[in-house]
Design a protein around this ligand. Sequence first.
Ligand code: GCU
Length: 452
Amino acid sequence: MMNRFLIICLLSATSLVGHAQFSQAGRDSIYNVSKQDHQQMKDQLGISISNRPGPSGNPNDPNAANTDEDNVRAYTLPDPLTLSNGGKVESSEEWSEKRRPELVELFESEMYGRLPQNIPAVTWKVTSVKDTTIGNFPIKEKRLSGIVDNSGYPNIKVEIELLLATPAHVSKSVPTVVHFGFIRWPFGPRPEQSISLLSPNEPDWKQQLISRGWGYAILNPTSVQLDNGAGLRQGIIGLVNKGEYRKPDDWGALRAWAWGASRVIDYFETDQDVDIDRVAIEGLSRYGKAALVAMAFEPRFSLGFIGSSGAGGAKILRRNLGEQVENLASSAEYHWFSGNFIRYASTKTVDDLPIDAHELIALCAPRPVFISAGSPFVEGSWIDAKGSFLAGVHAGPVYELLGKRSLAADEYPFLGTPLIDGEIAFRQHAGAHSNGPNWSTWIAWASRYWKN
Ligand code: GCU
């Protein structure tokens, strides 16, 4: 069974794919340039003290992250329904006109960064179309390239890589799930496609979607923005900044990946194979974080599938279990966020953060969102599955204000229990760091919204 550490190594390796450097020297250079960029951002912020180090993800290390519920400290969460002036939000209008924009502003300035004003246009080109199969199912597979206008800075070229597969010989447009992930398998011979690598007893997620009559798309995030600090002067962030450093509230990689997903929807609006009213976003781990950011900021996504997104995604950041803000703000991960976020691991603490993950989920309201996690016995506790469950629970009052059903239980459910009766759904499957074992449950839940 492929474990979480192996998957994370694979993901980390993909962060190098764009550099075409797998050598030790290449890795060293990415590490060093990321550190330099992290330092220059701290200089811009006027931070002269060291960042507090985060705990280790290795349970055997002396500074291992807390995995024990009994050691979770008390914390106070910001109330999603209290305005910054202290007033209470009492109607859906007050939510959408006053409180939601306040939260958007806070997430943009403090955590994920702002989209620049002058992002150049993307022109989509279909590079190939073929009839093929996935497992036993016939599909129409298109490969596309989203070419970003780089006339403002020709040194940087950005071409968004996308694959779209819809059931073959179907004349109507179909609901489609956008997945953040690999299109080309970057690690040698491609593994057998008919089974899921991480849940071998279930058909691959793509087959499950196609057999349901739905489509899938795969967006390669690193074709939008590289997954390391060394790449911040390249990719879409570097192109807009003409190869210069970011400013403290500029977007980070998560926002850039989410921006790429919005450009995919732009393309879908021109493609009759896709039902534009029924498009979901899905991802795992760092791409689970990206999926939640995309869902929160892009209203055209109708459903979300947020897999093992952990800290910086659906997990309550104030909970001292698993990964912490100090890890996210280190030179290994700060590039996912705005530069401002580094302050919360140096001059400020997580308690100073004016927002937390429940409010990111609340930004998705009233649209349905499914929070997925694996088993603590297999996946480990780094992602803090319960922290994501609690974020779902605390987003509930916003969903309820908008007339929707929130999580059906506020008691933490046993492993495998699907809490799928409402617009915030949660299931912790019994497997590893994967969305694989939750696809069938997700599809059952999504079918309620995406009726044929
Ligand atoms: C690391 C990181 C997580 C991230 C994960 C991944 O474990 O600390 O925040 O989600 O990598 O994306 O694989």
